[in-house]
Design a protein around this ligand. Structure first.
Ligand SMILES: [Zn+2]
Length: 266
């Protein structure tokens, strides 16, 4: 069986770092994981990697623009390719293509075998990972990125509790590698995923401690926990802290009045 191939989307930028990886699974059902942004060099690279075969389908991990916005350009160049993802109707309409829905647990023919869709919300509500059992690989989208943590945007349906459950779900598969949308292949998935879980627990304890110290606003918590953070990164940090506070609110451990957060209880 031929291995999957990372194809760069040619979209470096402030939000995407070096840019995105998309993954081509060659074989009987040539399948691309993620659509990129429609950069012509990406489309050329896909065609050249296909070596004359027709792309059968594009499986999109989630509706953020660096993963989904290339669907229209791909569809124009390769009209027979189906476009599939888990629906996020508010976002999916932006990409003006016809998406076919994927449900959690769906087994989809891909390459010479198949992949299983694993719903992994947290970073985005529609986020899917694709489990390729033969190679024990997970095409993990934005679930994980080597050398950094993943942004959980409270202001865009991010959910820390859902993210933690998603990490556990992928850990339980015991994959031998993760093929992410950003950064290098992760060949020690369990240690990174466990590190992420511990990091979120530590962050949560720090946020509770900041409220105990008298902070009430997400901005104040950010100033305390992220000392020296560059100004441009402060909105993301505030959104992350808010996502943690919303988790604690649902658990009945803090409550919000206007934009002020308080510890529950005496
Ligand atoms: Zn994303």
């Amino acid at each position: 069986m031929r291995d999957s191939l990372g194809l760069h989307a040619f979209n470096p930028g402030p939000m995407t770092g070096d840019g995105n990886w998309t993954w081509l699974i060659p074989g009987r059902v040539p399948t691309l994981i993620d659509a990129g942004v429609g950069e012509p060099r990406h489309l050329d690279a896909i065609e050249s990697a296909l070596g004359g075969a027709a792309l059968a389908q594009v499986l999109v991990t989630h509706s953020h623009s660096d993963h989904a916005s290339g669907a229209a350009a791909l569809s124009a160049r390769m009209p027979h390719a189906r476009l599939l993802k888990m629906p996020w109707p508010d976002r999916d309409v932006r990409w003006s293509v016809r998406w076919e829905p994927i449900v959690d647990g769906a087994r989809l023919d891909a390459g010479d075998t198949s992949v299983v869709a694993v719903h992994t919300p947290g970073h985005a509500p529609d986020h899917l990972c694709f489990w390729h059992e033969e190679t024990r690989s997970v095409f993990c989208g934005d679930l994980a990125q080597k050398g950094t943590t993943v942004f959980i945007p409270a202001g865009a349906s991010g959910d820390v509790a859902a993210y933690l459950a998603s990490l556990e779900r992928i850990l339980a598969l015991n994959p031998s590698r993760l093929c992410p949308a950003h950064g290098p292949i992760i060949d020690d998935p369990a240690s990174l995923l466990r590190h992420y879980i511990a990091h979120r627990q530590e962050r949560e304890a720090q946020i509770l401690d900041a409220l105990h110290q008298g902070d009430t606003r997400a901005e104040a918590v950010v100033a305390r926990l992220y000392r020296g953070l560059a100004d441009v990164l402060i909105p993301r940090a505030r959104d992350t802290v808010t996502a943690h506070l919303e988790k604690l609110e649902r658990e009945g451990r803090v409550h919000r009045r206007d934009d002020a957060w308080h510890i529950m209880g005496p």
